[in-house]
Write a protein that binds this ligand. Structure first.
Ligand code: MN
Length: 240
């Protein structure tokens, strides 16, 4: 048996090949799988559950079908944090808090989206605090759908521009913060996405080895982590 981890698909109508790939992947899934964990940024942005989500209808249908067979979990990312609990429930998806500790085949694993580890990016952390507040979200949800879509597009452009000017290191995780999470949750394995820097980092912490697995994004290929007892496999495929 195995458990799948994915993140940062950034599903977007502008990249239908990615939506098609994931829809078919889910539809044809016959492997022995216990659960699927989506660790944030599943969609490029989500402005409220009245979002028509053009292009995602078939995918959502397949997810709902498969949720009757597998446990499908979702954690919010910095793009899709407005996906509501009710919306997820309707698809059979269980929404998980960030961070969460799960037990897989006898092992405790800390799972996160990963943006909370990037504390050197002070401007982003300020922005995160604002948009994750209930009052900001309530205000935004009062706006008509077209205005919300416009706002999301603007924020996306702004973040793209800022990303270009920020130093690479600022946008990566802060190692001290990573260690803090390992200690706080008393785990030696962590899985997250967000940074789009897939890797397996093994470091030493208070004399013991700890492992941090970073999932890859779905820009140029798919990225699926297959977790089995004491074994990790990474599957990457091109979309065509
Ligand atoms: Mn992210």
């Amino acid at each position: 048996m195995q458990t799948l981890f994915i993140s940062d698909l950034h599903l977007d109508n502008k990249r239908p090949e990615v939506i098609n790939y994931f829809t078919n992947y889910i539809k044809n899934l016959t492997d022995e799988i216990d659960s699927i964990y989506i660790l944030g940024d599943f969609v490029e942005y989500w402005v409220g559950d009245d979002d028509p989500a053009i292009g995602l209808k078939e995918l959502f249908k397949e997810v709902k079908n498969k949720s009757k067979i597998y446990n499908i979990y979702l954690m919010h990312g910095n793009r899709d944090f407005m996906l509501s609990k009710e919306f997820c429930q309707n698809l059979g998806i269980k929404l998980l808090p960030d961070p969460s500790v799960i037990n897989l085949y006898g092992k405790q694993i800390l799972i996160m989206h990963g943006d909370t580890l990037c504390i050197d990016d002070i401007a982003y952390q300020e922005f995160r605090k604002l948009v994750r507040s209930q009052s900001w979200q309530d205000e935004v949800l009062k706006k008509p759908l077209n205005e919300r879509i416009k706002l999301a597009e603007e924020l996306r452009k702004k973040s793209l521009k800022e990303t270009e000017s920020k130093r690479e290191i600022i946008m990566d995780v802060n190692q001290k913060e990573v260690d803090k999470y390992f200690l706080k949750y008393n785990v030696d394995l962590m899985i997250h996405g967000h940074t789009h820097r897939p890797n397996i980092h093994i470091t030493s912490l208070n004399g013991s080895k700890v492992k941090r697995i970073v999932l890859g994004d779905w820009y140029n290929s798919s990225f699926i982590l297959k977790y089995q007892k004491d074994k990790v496999l990474i599957e990457k495929n091109s979309f065509c």
